[in-house]
Design a protein around this ligand. Structure first.
Ligand SMILES: [Zn+2]
Ligand SMILES: [Zn+2]
Length: 404
C-alpha cells in the first residue's frame, strides 16, 4: 500500500499498489517482485510479447510461478471480445474435470503492455477478484495506476470501475524503444493536466467541490517534469524517457489517491474523449487516447485564453492568469513536437466541444461557458486560432503506416 498524509479534508490518501518499479532492466526483477504468487496468468499482445512478454514469461517459468500465457493479436483493443478472451483463457481446467467444482483460476494476472492491455486485464481482475499488475511497455498514457478503465462495448465506450494494479513495473530500456506515436500520446495525455487542475479550481470556487491542493501540486509538478522532458523525447534521451514515464505514473497515482480522475482529466479529456467516442459510434477504431487529448488540450487552452480576454469576472480571470505561463510553454513545445491532429473538419471539431460538456458529470469551463450562453460561440471561434497555432499535420499524414 502506498500512503500519504495530507493537508486536505481527507487528511490521508492511500492506494493498494504495493510496488512501483521504474528502472533500467526492471523486467529482470519481475520474478522477485511477484514471488508471493504461484499461478500467474500472463497476458500480452503480439507486439508487447516480443518486446517484453517473452522475457517475463521465461523469468516466471524459471521461478516456477507461471501458470500460462495468452498472446492476443495486435492491436488488442480493450473491447468486449478481448476481455472475453482473457476471461475464457484465465481458468485452467483441473487435470481431472470435476463436475462439482469451478475451473481453477490463476492467483494473479500480469498484463504486459500499455493502455489497452492494462485496461483489459484490470477489468478481468476486478470481475474475478484476482489481483493484477502490469509490466508497462510504453509511456503512452497515465492509466497504469488508475482506478477506472474506458472500455469498448459495441459502439459505445463506457468507463468502468476496475482493480488498481498491485505492481507496476516500468523497464526504461523497453519504454525507450516504444513506437514514436505512443511517446507522443503520453505527452498529449500529460500536457492537459494544467487545464484539468484549472477546471478543478474553478469548480472548487463555484460549486464548493472537494479539492486537494497537495494532489493538485503533485500533478502540476509531474506535468512540468514531462513538458521539460518532452523536448528531447524524440532523441529517446534516457533522462527524458524516465521523466515522462515517472510523470505519467505519478499522475495515475494521484487519480488513485483522489479516488477519481478529477486531478488529471478536465475539459481537454472531455473533448478528446468525445472525438474518440464519435469514431466508436461510427464503427471506426478510435485514435490513440493521448493524441486526441493533446488536440483537446490546445482547444481548451484557446477557450481559456479567449475567456481571459473577454470576461469581467475578476476571480475567473485571476485563476486563468496563473496558468497562462504554462499555456505558453505548451504552445512552444507543440512547435517543436508537432503532435498530430485527428480532427480537422470544423463541424466535427465543434461537435466534439459541444458534446464534450456532458461527456461525464464533471464541471469544467465548458459548463461555465454554457451557463453564460456562450459555449457555441466560443466553440466556433477557437477553431481557427487552434488550427493556425497548433496544427502541423494529421495523424494519418505523419504516421501513414500506423496500425491501431
Ligand atoms: Zn489531500
Ligand atoms: Zn488520459
Amino acid at each position: 500500500m502506498i500512503e500519504m498524509d495530507c493537508t486536505c479534508v481527507q487528511k490521508h490518501h492511500s492506494i493498494p499498489t504495493e510496488v512501483i518499479e521504474v528502472s533500467d532492466h526492471a523486467v529482470e526483477k519481475v520474478g522477485d517482485i511477484l514471488k508471493a504468487f504461484h499461478r500467474i496468468f500472463l497476458v500480452a499482445d503480439e507486439n508487447t510479447y516480443l518486446v517484453a512478454g517473452k522475457r517475463v514469461e521465461e523469468i516466471l517459468r524459471e521461478k516456477g510461478i507461471l501458470s500460462h500465457s495468452l498472446v492476443l493479436p495486435s492491436p488488442a483493443l480493450p473491447n468486449a471480445e478481448n476481455i472475453g478472451k482473457v476471461l475464457m483463457e484465465a481458468g485452467r481446467d483441473r487435470e481431472v474435470y470435476d463436475i462439482n467444482a469451478w475451473s481453477l483460476n490463476p492467483d494473479y494476472i500480469l498484463a504486459v503492455g500499455s493502455g489497452s492491455l492494462n485496461d483489459t486485464c484490470r477489468m478481468v481482475s476486478y470481475r474475478l477478484g484476482i489481483p493484477y499488475g502490469v509490466v508497462g511497455t510504453a509511456p503512452s498514457m497515465d492509466g497504469y495506476a488508475s482506478v477506472v478503465a474506458p472500455l469498448l462495448n459495441g459502439r459505445k465506450k463506457i468507463v468502468y470501475n476496475c482493480s488498481i494494479a498491485r505492481h507496476i513495473v516500468i523497464d526504461l530500456s523497453v519504454n525507450a524503444q516504444a513506437p514514436y506515436p505512443l511517446l507522443l500520446s503520453g505527452v498529449g495525455d500529460m500536457i492537459g493536466k494544467y487545464v484539468a487542475i484549472l477546471d478543478w479550481e474553478i469548480s472548487r470556487d463555484r460549486n464548493g467541490e472537494y479539492y486537494c491542493g497537495q494532489i493538485a501540486d503533485m500533478v502540476l509538478k509531474a506535468t512540468d517534469q514531462c513538458v521539460t522532458a518532452a523536448a528531447t523525447l524524440k532523441d529517446r534521451d534516457m533522462a527524458a524517457i524516465r521523466a515522462a514515464s515517472e510523470g505519467l505514473i505519478l499522475s495515475g497515482e494521484c487519480i488513485a489517491f483522489c479516488g477519481s480522475s478529477r486531478p488529471a482529466s478536465g475539459t481537454e479529456h472531455m473533448i478528446g474523449q468525445t472525438w474518440e467516442v464519435m469514431d466508436v459510434e461510427e464503427g471506426k477504431v478510435p485514435n490513440l487516447h493521448g493524441i486526441e487529448v493533446g488536440e483537446g488540450t490546445f482547444t481548451a487552452i484557446e477557450l481559456f485564453r479567449r475567456l481571459h480576454r473577454e470576461t469581467d469576472d475578476m476571480h475567473i480571470r485571476l485563476l486563468i492568469e496563473k496558468y497562462l505561463p504554462a499555456f505558453e510553454r505548451i504552445e512552444k513545445l507543440q512547435q517543436k513536437l508537432q503532435i498530430p491532429f485527428t480532427v480537422t473538419d470544423k463541424k466535427r471539431y465543434v461537435e466534439g466541444i459541444l458534446r464534450g460538456r456532458t461527456f461525464r458529470d464533471r464541471y469544467t469551463v465548458l459548463q461555465y461557458l454554457y451557463d453564460l450562453g456562450k459555449l457555441e460561440e466560443y466553440a466556433e471561434a477557437v477553431y481557427e486560432p487552434v488550427m493556425k497555432k497548433y496544427f502541423h499535420s494529421t495523424f494519418r499524414e505523419q504516421f501513414p503506416d500506423w496500425q491501431h
